[in-house]
Design a protein around this ligand. Structure first.
Ligand code: SAH
Length: 267
């Protein structure tokens, strides 16, 4: 098992804030999957990822996290990271030159083919389980968190950045979306979940939503548990769960249900 890096502060987090960090190579954490996060708010990390399963895995060195302060790449007297939008209008836009230098810094040491660079954006492709699976198969990822009105379009084009959205709503910044994407990805890495928590039959991995769950007490406020689940008959339980999965998907997500049936026809 890889050992957590001790020389870089708590857990596996190497907050890259000082310009002199530009001169240093980032340690490889013995090849563990890693997320580099370009943000104006590095202190927002690890945030929720420092707790529970993802936090324990971070501590064990199963994955690494490197928040990189975008401000480090600002130059000039005022070290501005943003400026007013061309064409007028409200708000500020993150500058292409500053973000470009930040991306180039994060890109060092690996090929894009096994290290995607993603901008969290409401204009991106909605995050899916299949995407999380693809990101978990890479050596690591770089996530760019926008703030204000967003990022100058030219740097997204020039650096071939993929855009991913957390959903059809607008957040104040990309950091919550980045943490959601990292969480969904890290739980797919080997050894992060115990055997007890399988990622095989859960919602979205098979194209269906998951069946409902029950636990003790056997009766609560007059409600009992479906009999088949206490029958001890594994075959019947599996059949019931499959039927529930299908019924729930059909009722709640006709879009997923249609895609599932199409995929089944092909196989
Ligand atoms: N003016 C932009 C919204 C900017 S919100 C627009 O209308 O498209 C500020 C930042 O929050 C964005 O740069 C992005 O990084 C992040 N953000 C907002 N909503 C998001 C979403 N649904 N998914 C991922 N990131 C989001």
């Amino acid at each position: 098992m890889p050992t957590p890096s001790k020389s870089h502060g708590r857990l596996n987090i190497e907050a890259t804030r000082k310009p002199r960090a530009l001169m240093q190579d980032q340690p490889d954490l013995a090849g563990a999957w890693k997320a580099k996060v370009l943000t104006l708010y590095p202190d927002m990390f690890p945030g929720i990822l420092g707790q529970s399963l993802t936090g324990r895995a971070l501590q064990e060195g199963l994955w690494g996290l490197e928040p990189i302060d975008i401000r480090m790449f600002a130059r000039g007297k005022h070290r501005n990271v943003d400026d007013t939008p061309a064409g007028g209008g409200a708000g500020m836009v993150l500058r292409a030159d500053v973000v470009g230098r930040a991306i180039d810094f994060a890109d060092k040491g690996h090929a894009r083919a096994d290290w995607p660079v993603i901008y969290l954006s409401p204009r991106g492709k909605p995050l899916t389980q299949a995407m999380a699976q693809r990101f978990s198969e890479a050596k690591g990822i770089t996530l760019l968190c926008g703030r204000f009105e967003g990022v100058d379009e030219r740097v997204l084009e020039a650096r071939n950045v993929e855009e991913v959205s957390l959903g059809d709503f607008v957040l104040t910044g990309g950091e919550i979306a980045a943490q959601a994407l990292i969480d969904a990805t890290v739980r797919l890495l080997p050894k992060v979940l115990g055997n007890a928590e399988s990622t095989v039959d859960e919602s979205h991995s098979s194209g269906l939503l998951e069946h409902p769950h029950y636990t003790r007490p056997a009766e609560w406020e007059g409600r009992t548990i479906p009999e088949v689940l206490t029958s001890g008959h594994h075959g019947k339980v599996a059949e019931w769960r499959q039927a529930q999965s299908e019924a729930t998907t059909k009722a709640r997500r006709p879009d997923l249900w249609e895609a599932y049936q199409k995929a089944k026809l092909k196989t």
